[in-house]
Design a protein around this ligand. Structure first.
Ligand code: MN
Length: 429
């Protein structure tokens, strides 16, 4: 029968004045939350999330992966509601990564934000969760390399966080509980300072999960401690069901107070910190911010409206044709007479006809510009004007044998109306 044994440690680091991380060791549920927001908001957000997750999970009727997701949604709502109720808490949010042993047995893992969960299996470290931040997504899309991501100026921008929207998508992973496997939950303060190789070696060296957690936190602190550091180490163990109660390594407290995380033993990172020589001034790090989905949606909508309007205007300006005059020549333009918002019509076709080929009554219409929806319709209109003139000319003269089949070109070369009487004029020139 498998069971979990865990140890946790947290430290404010060497730069930040307060610890906005919270964590939970409440067998069989373990979690880390890294809060963000001004003043005390970050601490409030992570603590609220952890508390709501714990209550939600332990009150679930069925202990399955869905219970963990539901508990995380409850946590999201708790942070969101608190932020809505307190204007000074607006915009607060938190990451949340959690693992629980559920029926099956299975290990259910959920994640929102850029805290992480790794598994150490057969000496190999593998990150199971995906970081919800801008640079991780850029790496995943192949736009930048992992090395570029580490120094990217926007590496602090999260794309998903708990508590900043009424609902949040939650990643779920399910793993088989293999005795001997070791899971590591941590806030970003650990991987920022400590390489995967060093994490692997420390996890391998210290068998006791509490000791391993403490060593990892110390290492991150000693290597810069630019952010709060929180680590929960969870071991999958084979447990004899007849044994009495949980072993000493299992902590069962909801613990959101940074200063009392570790057992009051020597080697508490918080205490050790006081004895250490002053650190070299670490590089300033931007405070993490959250790129709200809502802000992105609004900006996107705005851009779509602007682009849509421009496309619409251009379409309107260019979609029509009109027949007009260029001097005495009848021409076809694409566009609207006079243009639309600076989009001038363009000359599409110079026809073979002039004002002399159409009835005088058609000239004002041409001067104003006669609109047609298509080029073909515009050409047809020109033809109709020319035909009308030809018909009028024929009616004014005696019928000839070639009336109906006479092409418009021939018609325009027909004799002027001043000599309408003689049928022989066709042959006259
Ligand atoms: Mn952090």
């Amino acid at each position: 029968m498998v069971a979990l044994r865990a140890g946790a440690a947290t430290d404010v680091g060497r730069v930040r004045s307060n610890n906005q991380d919270s964590h939970l060791t409440s067998d069989p549920l373990y979690a880390v939350a890294d809060g963000m927001g001004g003043a005390a908001a970050g601490e409030v957000a992570s603590a609220l999330a952890i508390e709501a997750l714990n209550n939600g999970f332990h009150s679930a009727e069925t202990v399955d992966p869905d219970a963990l997701i539901q508990a995380a949604q409850t946590a999201n709502r708790a942070v969101w509601d608190e932020a809505e109720a307190n204007p000074e808490m607006r915009g607060m949010g938190t990451t949340l990564v959690a693992i629980a042993l559920v029926q099956g047995p299975e290990l259910a893992i959920i994640n929102v934000g850029d805290s992480r969960l790794y598994v150490l299996h057969d000496g190999e470290l593998r990150q199971i969760t995906f970081d919800h931040n801008l640079v991780a997504e850029m790496v995943a899309e192949g736009r930048i390399t992992p090395a570029e991501a580490e120094v990217h100026p926007r590496r602090n921008i999260m794309t998903r966080a708990l508590g900043v929207e009424p609902d949040v998508p939650i990643d779920l992973f399910v793993e088989a509980p293999v005795p001997g496997d070791r899971y590591l939950l941590c806030s970003d303060g650990l991987p920022r300072e400590v390489s995967d190789e060093l994490i692997t070696s420390l996890l391998t060296r210290f068998a006791d999960p509490r000791e391993a957690a403490k060593e990892l936190v110390n290492e991150a602190r000693n290597r810069g401690g630019n952010d709060n550091i929180t680590v929960v180490v969870v071991d999958v163990v084979d447990e004899d069901p007849r044994s009495t109660g949980p072993g000493p390594a299992t902590e069962t407290a909801v613990d959101t107070d940074a200063t009392t995380d570790l057992p009051a033993a020597a080697g508490d990172p918080e205490e050790q910190a006081a004895d250490q020589p002053p650190a070299l001034a670490p590089p300033a790090r931007a405070t993490r911010s959250f790129l709200s989905v809502r802000v992105v949606a609004f900006v996107l909508l705005f851009v779509i409206i602007i682009v849509g309007a421009v496309v619409g205007i251009v379409w309107y300006a260019r979609s029509s044709y009109y027949v007009g005059l260029k001097g005495t020549q009848i021409v076809i333009y694409q566009g609207r007479p006079g243009g639309v918002l600076g989009i001038d019509p363009t000359l599409k076709q110079v026809t073979q006809y002039t004002t002399a080929d159409v009835l005088p009554s058609a000239i004002p219409d041409l001067k104003a510009g006669h609109e047609e929806p298509t080029l073909a319709a515009a050409q047809q209109y020109v033809q109709s004007l020319v035909d009308a003139k030809a018909t009028a000319d024929r009616n004014a003269s005696p019928p000839t044998t070639s009336t109906t089949t006479t092409s418009t070109t021939t018609a325009t070369t027909a004799p002027p109306p001043t000599t309408p009487t003689t049928p022989t004029t066709l042959a006259a020139p």
